[in-house]
Write a protein that binds this ligand. Structure first.
Ligand SMILES: [Zn+2]
Length: 198
């Protein structure tokens, strides 16, 4: 395994932009599912989900290579559906990953098992997310977990939902959390008042 290899393919970029002074968020067009890269004011790389393919030349892997990402400081799996987890397994195999967050829902699939095995192989902290958690991934940011559940029938309802505040700007990443879910009152209340939502 050579984690330093850089791909040459150019990612299809859905959206990107400067965020406050030095925060950048990139939402890669991975087809179905999500694949997000955040570059924080303190220079940390945060990856949220990885798209639906394990290909090392997929749009998501190619974009990480294009941005010269060799180390992922924080990896977040919002929930274990294949269109979110597949690419993260590949990223774990190709990059240095320093920490992984996951609601650790009770969910059985080959894709999720492969992901968990890749985390074990990485020997990095593997942390269960809980609703209400706060994360100090970058001192310039205020990051709160608004939703994360492990005992739900539909994996979408387990999704880690993050509110990331950078000065006057707020972004919201919620995986496949249904806003109509009456149990996600905190999530739904915030969603209606935020300027951006993913
Ligand atoms: Zn889903």
């Amino acid at each position: 395994m050579n984690k330093k290899l850089m791909g040459l393919a150019v990612a299809a970029l859905y959206a990107s932009g400067a965020w406050a002074a030095s925060m950048q968020t990139f939402v890669v067009n991975v087809g179905q599912g999500d694949g997000v890269l955040l570059q924080t004011p303190g220079g940390k790389r945060i990856v949220i989900d990885g798209g639906p393919t394990t290909s090392a030349t997929s749009a998501f892997q190619a974009f990480l290579d294009k941005k010269l990402v060799s180390t992922v400081n924080v990896m977040v799996l919002t929930h274990p559906h294949t269109d979110h987890v597949y690419g993260l397994t590949t990223t774990l195999q190709r990059k240095v990953v320093q920490s992984v967050y996951d609601p650790k829902q009770s969910y059985s699939s080959t894709a999720y098992t492969n992901f968990k095995n890749a985390v074990l192989a990485e020997k990095c902290p593997y942390i269960k997310s809980y609703s209400g958690d706060s994360y100090s991934w970058d001192s310039a940011l205020t990051i709160k977990c608004l939703n994360a559940r492990s005992n739900v029938t539909d994996a979408n309802n387990a999704s880690v939902a993050l509110r990331i505040v950078n000065g006057a700007k707020t972004l919201h990443f919620s995986g496949d959390t249904p806003t109509s879910d009456a149990q996600n009152l905190e999530e739904a209340n915030y969603a209606s008042s935020l300027p951006a939502r993913f």
